[in-house]
Write a protein that binds this ligand. Sequence first.
Ligand code: GLN
Length: 221
Amino acid sequence: MIYPSNKITLQSWQSNLKGKNDVLKRDGIQMISIGILDLQGDVSEHLEATKKALKKMDIESDVLKVKTVSDLSKCDGLIISGGESTVIGKLIDKTGMNLSIVEQDIPVMGTCAGMVLLATETDYEQPLLGLIDMKVKRNGFGRQKASFEEEIEILGCKYMGVFIRAPYVEKLKDGVILAKLRDKIVALASGKHIVTAFHPELTNDTKIHEYFIKEVLKCVE
Ligand code: GLN
């Protein structure tokens, strides 16, 4: 991410964030890169939504598709899309990214299948990243025919959630609940990670992506 003089500087941006005021520099150039895991699922929608959020925030950043450990090493934050968590999980293991994602210790946003993958436990046998100590129930609101849109409240605003074979969080050890639907946890933040059971990339509202970008900025020094 490069901050031309007519853009917001990272310093002024970070001074709006709690705690961190350091200027991010790589070779003298201020920048961050956001990766979208590109193994399976609705990757291009996340790419567009991330670009739109960055534009809205007046921040220039690299947004790149991540297929390999080498792609991942360039990222300051990673988004794991919806799709089929068993398939994505197996491919994450196969590419060796399971270890790199944990070791790199960057903020990760997981949506729907991505939420499942960040869990330590689900009701299926499947490879997981275990970044958030939680148990997720897959297809918790029913299968494909039970996909729906419903208004929730998140980050102090009303928000239209798109739920497609959506999971929910059954048990959470450590985290901040951001949204519930029908008494079930459907969004939360834990440390620098954020997960949603719904698909923020399928709505025009970029507030969830903006939240994640702020987390990435907070974590990069
Ligand atoms: N139910 C799917 C899974 O567990 C997730 C569905 C989705 O990402 N839309 O993998």
